[in-house]
Design a protein around this ligand. Structure first.
Ligand code: ADP
Ligand code: ZN
Ligand code: ZN
Length: 729
């Protein structure tokens, strides 16, 4: 093959690759997936080889040659997956390919490489020099003495006897030592947390689930290749994953375990590492570029064959993939928010199908889509035999306003927790102190100058903060309009609840876990650890408190505004609310002391809340599936959302109208086109939204891509940004 088809890593939508390059002799061993630096117009940029050919349609003398090939490339299977994503999610080949490249590789080049280290060994001549009393410098002698104990690396020698590179070079020139360069792997920076690698004897339900997965691994006739593992929290799903991963390894196959980012708490990682040892790799946003690159290389080379990680781990470069597990498959973090807006669950299904791997999606609260589409394995009870904790729904519509944000019964339950010396978790869906600041005299309300939303009061930092852009300003003590000092803070956020609890429940410590306190590296794990170690305590926070931990001393879970998520104008609001309440409920009563759950809400009869209070996912899903069938929502249709943004409102409206018109002309007949509808302004840009509800997903994506690309090329509209989200969340 003498021609490489190269997809350049540029962001321009209008460029249509791949482009042909002539391969010089020295690059004859390039394969699909190799990353090359190529001349491109007047620039030099990186590109990915997406195909090889014997001949080009262009005459050879018009073709340029790649300048160089980079150290690492990606497997051909992943190149196909990246290009598939580009099509499926209405993105560009370059953006799709970026996802599957080695960490640190971008259009500008490769920021990280493998680390090499110099290792030294004493030679026979060196031994003789030491014993024969040959003339040696003090440092040279010390280095040789140290090397008598065995081979050492240059940094180790430096540490032990202070020898620098110069000393080693001179010793080598005299033939007294031999050196070689060797590959070192940077180790992941996870704090070492102890975890036992023991294998509990599986319960019959767990055993049955593992057997069903193993039957699929062995390719038995009739064994489904994709399965939903439905089990309440604490029913032993993770043990099933571990046994399934071990079964895959025993068959010479690799496995990917996807978890929500937050599920990668040190305890969980330690549990996998303890069971899987050296075969285990983790890809994690807390790793440095170098660490992530090395973990990637370990998987690529086959040193490691199990990868645990968040969404992006679905692109782990494993060779012989046997199994993909998606833990907490309902979690919204599996959907990427930026272009390409891929859904790791859909990508996992595609990858498993292409590579003949088995797929297992596990959760206590399945999505209606998975419930309808996948055969189920059930784990109906907790491993410890405990019943699920009773849930009390507290109707806040009639609550005494004097008791404030917490219902009198919630206070009573918290006080019993203090008396019993156990722990409680309190969830509030909003960070900050209060979501609104208003002047009581003139009604002035503080809004973000860049976005159409109100500013959130943050008392800790003494600021008003916008949660949609970077805007922040000092918290005013008086109204700027009428000088009144009676400003009212309405509503509650995590900071306020923390303060209320700390005051009333003293001396019980109160910990707060939200995006503000968990911002620093390792802070999230530190807060959870402090809560875990405390004798008796309360953990207050946003949805973060409902995920990624297991504290048996928690006897009470409280959710303060269970209907907050229901008020979003989104067809998934019910599903989200159900999952949130059920997940939080699952955090209570995991120990011998049992537990209870309080759900405060203004919508006590909403099906999502009522069914979650009964721990009844089956009834909730049955109703939810019916509702979607009637309203023609996914999985009974495919949604595509197009958002347009611009500073100039007239231009935005023109673009939105043109887009709607263009789409109407090419969309398949039974597609519903909703909008353009206004959305609130963010970062000084006005927004409009179009929503498509379609039966034929492929035809819709094609129509959208063609129309959007045509509009993107229209110079008159060039300051209108258009983003497409296929299967929006
Ligand atoms: P889930 O993932 O469903 O929340 P886990 O797999 O984490 O459940 O199990 C909950 C707890 O029960 C863990 O501490 C786990 O070690 C333990 N466990 C799981 N299966 C068994 C078993 N068969 N026998 C004893 N303990 C088990
Ligand atoms: Zn005022
Ligand atoms: Zn803002």
């Amino acid at each position: 093959m003498s021609i490489a088809k190269v997809e350049p890593l540029t962001t321009a939508r209008a460029l249509r690759g791949p482009f042909d390059y002539r391969l010089p002799e020295a690059m004859a061993d390039l394969t699909v997936g190799s990353v090359v630096k190529v001349p491109f117009g007047r620039r030099r940029i990186l590109g990915v080889v997406v195909g090889l050919a014997d001949a080009s349609a262009l005459p050879a003398e018009r073709l340029a040659e790649p300048i160089e090939a980079l150290e690492a490339g990606t497997p051909p299977e992943l190149v196909r997956l990246g290009l598939w994503i580009a099509e499926e999610y209405c993105s560009t080949p370059s953006r799709g390919l970026q996802l599957v490249l080695p960490p640190g590789t971008g259009a500008a080049g490769q920021r990280v490489r493998s680390r090499q280290e110099l290792r030294a060994e004493i030679t026979v001549a060196g031994e003789e020099a030491l014993s024969g009393g040959e003339r040696l410098g003090v440092k040279q002698r010390a280095a040789l003495e140290a090397l008598r104990g065995g081979e050492m690396s240059a940094p180790e020698l430096g540490e032990a006897v202070g020898s620098d590179r110069g000393v080693l070079r001179r010793l080598e020139q005299r033939g007294l030592i031999a050196t070689r360069s060797s590959l070192v792997r940077r180790h992941s920076a996870h704090p070492e947390v102890g975890a036992s690698g023991g294998r509990p004897e599986l319960l019959p339900e767990q055993q049955a689930a593992v057997e069903a997965i193993v039957a699929a691994l062995d390719g038995e006739a009739g064994a489904p290749r994709e399965q939903l593992l439905h089990g309440v929290t604490g029913s032993g799903k993770t043990e099933v994953y571990l046994a399934a991963v071990e079964a895959a390894l025993a068959r010479g196959k690799g496995a990917i375990v996807l978890v929500p980012e937050i599920g990668l708490a040190p305890q969980a990682v330690a549990r996998f590492r303890a069971r899987l040892g050296d075969r285990f790799a983790v890809l994690h946003s807390a790793l440095s570029d170098g660490e992530r690159y090395d973990e990637w290389q370990r998987l690529r080379s086959g040193e490691a064959s199990v990868c645990v990680g968040p969404r992006s781990a679905v692109f782990a470069p494993l060779q012989d993939l046997g199994l993909i597990v998606i833990d907490e498959e309902h979690d919204a973090s599996y959907k990427q928010e930026g272009d390409p807006c891929y859904d790791a669950r859909a990508v996992a299904r595609r990858r498993a199908a292409e590579s003949g791997a088995v797929l297992v999606a596990g959760t206590a609260t399945p999505r209606p889509e998975s419930w309808l589409e996948l055969p189920r394995l059930e784990l109906p009870r907790r491993v410890d035999g405990q019943a699920m904790p009773p849930v009390r729904v507290l109707d806040m519509r009639g609550a005494d306003p004097r008791s404030g944000a917490l219902h009198a019964e919630t206070w009573a339950a918290l006080e019993s927790v203090r008396a019993a010396g156990t722990k409680a978790i309190v969830m509030v869906n909003r960070r900050g102190f209060a979501p609104w600041l208003t002047c009581r005299s003139c009604g002035q309300h503080w809004n973000c100058p860049n976005c159409d939303v109100s500013l959130i009061v943050h008392c800790h930092t003494g600021r008003l903060v916008c949660h949609h852009c970077a805007h922040r300003e000092p918290l005013p003590s008086a109204c700027g309009v009428c000088d009144s000092t009676t400003l009212s803070r309405a509503g509650v956020g995590t900071e306020q609840v923390e303060a209320l609890l700390a005051e009333r429940l003293a001396p019980m410590p109160v910990f707060r876990l939200d995006a503000d306190t968990a911002a620093g590296r390792g802070s999230h794990a530190r807060i959870l650890a402090a809560f875990g170690e405390a004798e008796s305590a309360v953990l207050v926070g946003t949805q973060m408190v409902a995920k990624g931990h297991d504290f048996p001393e928690v006897t009470l879970s409280v959710i303060l505004d269970a209907d907050a998520t229901l008020r979003f104008p989104d067809f998934r609001a019910g599903e989200r609310t159900f999952a949130m309440v059920a997940q939080l409920a699952g955090r209570s009563g995991r120990g011998p002391a049992g537990g209870e759950v309080m759900v405060q809400t203004l919508a006590p009869t909403a099906p999502s809340i009522a069914h979650a209070a009964e721990h009844d996912a089956t009834s909730f899903l049955a109703e939810e599936v019916e509702r979607r069938r009637i309203l023609r929502y996914p999985p009974f249709s495919h949604l595509t959302r197009i958002v347009l943004k611009a500073e100039s409102e007239p231009r935005l409206d023109r673009a939105a109208a043109l887009l709607a018109e263009g789409l109407a002309a090419v969309l398949p007949e039974d597609t519903d086109l909703l909008g353009p509808a206004p959305m609130f302004r963010v970062r000084n840009r006005h927004r409009r939204r179009l929503l498509l509800k379609a039966s034929d997903r492929e035809a819709t994506v094609l129509a959208v891509r063609a129309t959007v690309e045509r509009l993107a090329a229209d110079r008159a509209l060039k300051d209108v940004a258009i983003s497409v989200d296929v299967d929006p969340q």
